[in-house]
Design a protein around this ligand. Structure first.
Ligand SMILES: [Zn+2]
Length: 533
């Protein structure tokens, strides 16, 4: 038998959770054709993996590359971590659909979210997926449709419940995305316009998703003071819609809320024992990252970025915003992120207008500019036209460790594909090697097999990717080969774009995308679509 690639002498972690085995791996036409002892096999390319582990390529359950993959299809920061599939469309945000009459609103809305120019050349979900395909991404892409995007199409950025007609339009758009191959729907209930929606609206849409067997993934209404209520809402939506739930980036933000993750995970366990399919994902860091504008009270964001900027310029609304920020009493919102993180805990990740602000806290910037921290936030937003993003120090290490090692939690980076620049969150370059380094090698609280399962078979089975997520014959040849001694994340808050070490080879659909820890330039990813097998 002549294979395209033969990996010899690997310690194979299959992703099932079974203990590693010694085996050779024969790859042909993008698929693992045979494994085991293959002494007579011939191949165009032989990789000697003596002393190295081979595992299924990692699946990033929570990624935001919807727009970024179009400007950076090489996906270097994902590939260098051993990631071969990104689940996009999270937190209520998907890049499609975009109805022609809403094109301008989206252009403005996204200019604020994306730190790069975006040209919208698609309308339907299916068209968007074809645009991604034409870019030849370096990794596989598994899309969700976002509730915020759907709601914006149907009714703009309005703080009210939908009319029956608007709700029907949302149902139609969700169904169309599911038909086009979406794996489910996400919500982002702290962001506009999702923050304006009630539970009943989401139940209605989650019912549509459930009809297709998709998942309901949620960035919940609160990850802090009302975390428990927010988890109860997510479980209620799953029960009433008859659906399958994924709680995104589970955490407890703010000192007063630390420790709540144990209780909410017990709620998740109870819900499962009563028959609701619910799981969670998390990233292994104590800081989060979001847009600086997410710190503002939701009323200040109504009507879109243009309206927001006008409010920041108007003396009376400006005073009201500052007052709410300082008191930490953000009216009508579920989160008071600024108060929870504190001025020193809010660190600028990207700013167009102030490069020297990147990597500095709001406290530092305020003293640099000689003004109040809340004023500095508003000024920065104005100068960046709303496009500033921030790292927020919100979590407790014990909580993060508890969540990441919990058997119902898989791994999602909450990052996007990005070339090494700016001061992003270190999760962009470090998440997956960090899980192995910290929890398997250093703390010994996960076995390597468990860690790999959280990053491969768990997300694959949750999504219904029945031909990925395991390293076994018949499965797609998405493979990472690494040294357990050497694998480590090197990205830190100070140097967040350092690539990890120890990841030797990454194979995507049978093509070598990383060789000796370097990108080869292979762009072998595919757009994956939900289908019935
Ligand atoms: Zn989120």
């Amino acid at each position: 038998m002549a294979y395209d690639i033969l990996i010899r002498n690997a310690k194979v972690v299959t992703g099932t959770g079974a203990p590693w085995i010694e085996a050779d791996i024969g790859i042909k036409n993008g698929v693992v054709e045979r494994m085991g002892y293959l002494p007579h096999a011939q191949a165009d390319r032989v990789i000697d993996a003596q002393g190295l582990f081979a595992a299924p390529g990692f699946i990033d359950m929570h990624n935001h590359s919807d727009l970024a993959i179009l400007s950076y299809p090489e996906a270097g920061n994902a590939l260098l971590q051993g990631v071969t599939t990104l689940v996009i469309g999270n937190c209520g945000f998907s890049a499609a659909p975009v109805l022609p009459e809403r094109l301008e609103v989206f252009r403005e809305h996204w200019a604020r979210l994306a730190p790069f120019p975006v040209e919208i050349t698609w309308s339907s979900f299916a068209e968007y997926l074809r645009v991604v395909e034409e870019k030849r991404p370096g990794v596989n892409i598994a899309p969700l449709v976002g509730h915020n995007t759907v709601r914006l199409n149907a009714m703009g950025i309005e703080n009210r419940a939908p009319t029956e007609g608007e709700l029907e339009e949302m149902r139609r758009l969700v169904a169309e995305a599911m038909e086009a191959g979406a794996f489910g729907m996400s919500t982002g209930l702290i962001y506009v316009p999702g923050v304006f929606s009630r539970t009943e609206e989401i139940v209605e849409l989650a019912r549509v998703v459930a009809r297709y067997g998709g998942i309901y993934a949620t960035h919940m209404r609160s990850e802090s003071d009302r975390l428990v209520e927010a988890v109860e809402e997510a479980l209620r939506i799953g029960r009433e819609a008859g659906g399958r739930v994924e709680i995104s980036h589970l955490k407890a933000a703010g000192r007063e809320n630390w420790g709540k993750v144990r209780y909410v995970l017990s709620l998740v366990e109870d819900a499962r024992s009563r028959g609701l399919e619910v799981t969670c994902d998390a990233y292994p860091y104590t800081a989060g990252m979001t847009g600086l504008s997410a710190l503002l009270p939701p009323w200040a964001l109504e009507g879109g970025p243009g309206e927001m900027l006008r409010r920041l310029e108007d003396p009376s609304t400006r005073r009201r915003i500052i007052d709410e920020l300082v008191r930490g009493a953000v009216t009508g919102a579920s989160e008071r992120l600024a108060a929870l993180a504190g001025w020193r805990g809010i660190v600028i990740a990207y700013s167009d207008s102030c490069k020297e602000c990147e990597g500095r806290s709001i406290a530092e910037i305020a003293s640099m500019w000689g003004e109040d921290p809340a004023e500095a936030i508003l000024d920065l937003l104005l100068r960046d036209r709303g496009r500033t993003s921030v790292v927020l120090n919100l979590m407790n290490q014990d909580d993060v460790d508890y969540v990441v090692t919990h058997p119902l939690v898989m791994i999602g980076s909450d990052s996007w594909v990005a070339p090494p620049r700016g001061k992003p969150h270190p999760r962009f370059f470090g998440t997956f090697p960090r899980v192995i380094r910290r929890y398997v090698v250093e703390k010994g609280v996960l076995t390597l097999e468990e860690a790999v399962r959280k990053m491969s078979a768990m997300p694959a089975t949750k999504l219904g990717l029945w031909d990925r997520g395991l390293l076994l014959p018949g499965f797609a040849a998405d493979i990472v080969v690494f040294s357990l001694e050497e694998i480590r994340d090197r990205a830190s808050y100070e140097n967040p774009t350092e690539p990890p070490s120890g990841v030797r080879y990454v194979i995507v659909n049978g093509e070598v995308a990383v060789e000796d820890g370097e990108l080869t330039g292979a762009r072998a990813g595919r757009v994956l679509r939900r289908r019935e097998f």
